[in-house]
Design a protein around this ligand. Sequence first.
Ligand code: PLP
Length: 354
Amino acid sequence: MITFYPGPSKVYPQVERFMSEAFQSGLLSVNHRSEPFMQMLGKTITDLKHKLHIPQEYEIYFTSSATECWEMIAQSLVIRSGFHLYNGAFGAKWLEYAQKLRPESKGQAFHFDTIPDETTLPGIGTHDLICITHSETSNGTFIPGSFMQMIRKRSDQIIAVDATSSMAGVELPWSLADVWFASVQKCFGLPSGMGLMAVSPSAVERMKVCGDRAHYNSLLFVRENFLKNQTPYTPNVLGIYLLGRIMNEVNAIDVVAKDISDRAEAFYSFLITNDFLPLVTTREVRSKTVFAIKIEKASLPDLKSNAALAGITLGNGYGDWKDQSFRIANFPAISSHDFSVLKDFLTENRSVRK
Ligand SMILES: *Cc1c(COP(=O)(O)O)cnc(C)c1O
């Protein structure tokens, strides 16, 4: 089966070998406060920062998931309320989670097929943390870099970005936000069960102002551990090991991002020439890493069953678009051969589309 599911998604083929290496190395049975573990954690973070071009002064913490990061941000970085700008299901869910912890947090929705601009930001100044979803995995949109720049200029508050389905697939404008987080089952091409967070010096200052120490995953406590190459609780040692091995192996992010961007452009053109409609018509906000394609509700089951017969797993639609779209992950672990098989399949199934 070839899978284009946008998470969990195709894992790198090398993962099989790395898992066996992890087993052989004995690391899976060592104490997580021992020297071999601490060295492995330190090297993983060094390689990650190097390959993804993360600024030296940003700190990296590993978490259990992106969902956990939503809560960690609300509990340890929001003083009174956050401002959430969103256009789809993941952004909406983040707001919902944040409001349970910080009830005065507010959300501002914008239409997914528009380029967000200043008019989407009324009242931004009254909140002390701004939350943005960089790649909205549910509808296949991206926040353009120009908009990130505009928010940075408009506000001196801490900016947190959910980059779950774009980190490690595109070059992120790190300095335009203070907290970036993701989980590893998307562009990192790894088995699920781990998240990570990159945190700027301003966000560290904010942690101190908040002073939250009430939770096992309070950021101050997490930070104290990571400064010693340790973790607050027994971590996903295998997950950290696999991340380190993959980061050691992949190309630097500028090279990866160029391939992903070229493949995205080619695929959108392919869709249009073959009469498939991308859900997003505004080119500037189309995601490079997750494609959402519109389809008649009545045609979707046929397309999916034909795909299954052809050995292809398409991503289901998500949220509002569950029955009227399918999604295709354009993550780095998916090969160009996989994409040519997909294109052949879609060409043959043009007639099912309507
Ligand atoms: C997948 C995804 C999440 C949730 O990730 P988990 O690892 O399941 O917590 C959050 N935000 C976005 C944008 C996602 O794509």
